[in-house]
Design a protein around this ligand. Structure first.
Ligand code: ADP
Ligand code: MG
Length: 416
């Protein structure tokens, strides 16, 4: 490891040592080679490009799919004295002008850019005139047409390889199933990249999945018993259920706030802020909530409805226990969820091939619900990471099932 990378880590970021293979990734990139980094949420992907950005001459260009994610990172970086800015649709013209001047005069360590902006000819001509140290493509699974974070603009990023052949590229994601991995490599032209895969095992998360009976009552019992004062996230499929559940939890004496795509940006931001600041706050959300949320002490993630895939389940539950302390991933699911998700899939305008893959993903999710062995083994198997021993930290390890009720119906519903 070069001295300067460790210096930057310690003096700028204030961390003692690199985590996992961060150091190796950083060496790969600073020596000018491409890298693909698969690391679970909260693993520390950002440093894999932020440290090189400070070690290497020139400006690092970071592609990120959400304005909120960019803004969050930039305000953190600025606080520690790193020269970082962003260009996206929310930046005023005057601001843009100022930022571009800083770029041209070599005064920026990192520039975060929305993909559609980066792909404009104008932006690329501007980059021709400056020294670009590296391209970082964060949330790289957005190139995957099979995933539900698909961003068509991400597909165009393949151009970077031919347009800027001498600039190393690093792509990062927490979605690691084989298909997505292969797609990222193909679509971004990363066949020369070294691939770094971190363990996806989140050993401190206890997994519990049960049949849905009276969902909200079951949730309340779980909260009373296991997390009477903790902060956590409750996921629901629809906006209406989010609103209802948040109101209901408040009526039961818990502090809960809704979060979904139908609320104004102001209300969403406000609720997110309160969730981060106030102790014991529960946020009830649709899938719109969570990407890039860095709250270390989320003690539980509860699903009142079935997620559409194991990737989604893993990502969402992965927001619990980032501080490494015990946390719970709790879920109830029922036949109705399966029917509803199937209906959403078949009503979508997606190509038949995509619908078929989505159906397979849903089936894999359902098999995680219905497994009788160890849940963690099934989960990690899905990510190509076999776990030899039973984990001892999931419902099925602690309370092995003897009977197998009701779920046969769900299976039949899926195969009809
Ligand atoms: P990811 O993008 O993989 O979800 P982040 O890059 O947002 O994860 O990092 C998650 C958290 O881990 C952040 O709070 C970050 O400061 C912290 N972190 C990352 N690397 C280290 C390290 N080497 N030492 C200590 N903390 C770290
Ligand atoms: Mg990240």
């Amino acid at each position: 490891m070069s001295d300067s990378a460790l210096n930057v880590l310690q003096n700028t970021f204030g961390f003692e040592s690199f985590r996992g293979f961060q150091g190796e990734v950083i060496r790969e990139v600073t020596e000018g080679r491409d890298a693909l980094v698969l690391m679970p949420t909260g693993g520390g992907k950002s440093l894999c490009y932020q440290v090189p950005a400070l070690v290497m001459a020139g400006t690092a260009i970071v592609v990120s799919p959400l304005i909120a994610l960019m803004e969050d990172q930039i305000s953190n970086l600025k606080q520690i004295g790193v020269r970082a800015e962003s260009l996206h649709s929310g930046v005023s013209l005057e601001e843009q002008y100022r930022i571009e001047q800083e770029l041209f005069t070599g005064h920026l360590d990192l520039l975060y850019v929305a993909p559609e902006r980066l792909m404009t000819e104008m932006m690329q001509r501007k980059l021709d005139q400056v020294r670009v140290s590296l391209f970082a493509i964060d949330e790289a699974h957005c190139v995957s047409q099979w995933g539900h974070d698909f961003r068509p603009e991400y597909l165009q990023l393949s151009v970077l390889k031919t347009r800027f052949p001498n600039v190393p590229r690093i792509a990062l994601t927490a979605t690691a199933d084989k298909r997505t991995r292969q797609e990222i490599i193909e679509r971004l032209g990363l066949d020369q990249a070294r691939v770094f895969v971190d363990s996806f095992n989140r050993a401190n998360i206890f997994y519990r999945i049960s049949q849905k009976k009276q969902g909200k009552q079951q949730l309340l019992r779980f909260l009373e018993k296991e997390h009477p004062e903790d902060s956590g996230i409750v996921y629901c499929l629809s906006r209406k259920r989010v609103e209802d559940t948040a109101a209901w939890l408040n009526a039961q004496g818990r502090k809960a706030l809704p979060y979904h795509g139908g609320m104004t940006a102001y209300d969403r931001k406000n609720n997110q802020h309160r969730f981060l600041q106030e102790e014991g706050m529960i946020i009830v959300a649709t899938l719109a909530f969570g990407m890039g949320i860095d709250k270390p002490d989320v003690r539980f993630v509860a699903h009142l409805d079935l997620p559409r895939s194991i990737e989604a389940y893993y990502q969402e539950t992965g927001r619990a226990g980032r501080d490494g302390l015990p946390a719970t991933a709790w879920m109830v699911y029922g036949l109705q969820d399966v029917m509803l998700l199937r209906q959403i899939q078949s009503n979508s305008m997606a190509a038949p091939e995509i619908q078929r893959i989505e159906q397979q993903k849903l089936e894999a999710m359902l098999s995680l619900c219905e497994v009788t062995g160890c849940r963690r083994q099934v989960l990690l198997e899905y990510f190509d990471e076999p776990l030899k021993e039973k984990c001892g930290n999931c419902d099925l390890c602690l309370e092995p099932v003897t009977t197998w009720d009701g779920t046969e119906a769900a299976r039949k519903a899926l195969s009809c």
